[in-house]
Design a protein around this ligand. Structure first.
Ligand SMILES: [Zn+2]
Length: 97
């Protein structure tokens, strides 16, 4: 990940998070991965197409608690770091505002 993208990612994460403590160990020691990770997305039928390219993967950065290893992922598309469009379907989860 380029330095500018990493700075944009960190600014995004810091602007959105309500707490900086790790939900598992309650410390505040984090690192962020430079390389982009990707989860492969299945189609509506649950089939995975490994040749689908950018539209078949979710580009993510991992934010890792360096004390206990708790790891969370941030979508690079939502953070504005990854500019390629991504097929998504909005949902509203129960129990959320
Ligand atoms: Zn932790």
């Amino acid at each position: 990940m380029k330095a500018d993208d990493l700075e944009a990612l960190l600014a995004f994460v810091e602007s959105k998070q309500k707490t900086v403590d790790c939900p598992r160990c309650h410390t505040n020691h984090w690192s962020v991965t430079g390389p982009v990770h990707a989860l492969v997305a299945g189609d509506d039928g649950g089939r995975i197409d490994f040749a689908a390219g950018a539209y078949g993967a979710l580009p993510l950065a991992a934010i890792i608690c360096t004390t206990c290893g708790y790891t969370e992922f941030v979508s690079l598309v939502v953070a504005g770091v990854e500019k390629r469009p991504q097929a998504t379907r909005p949902i509203r989860r129960r129990g959320t505002r």
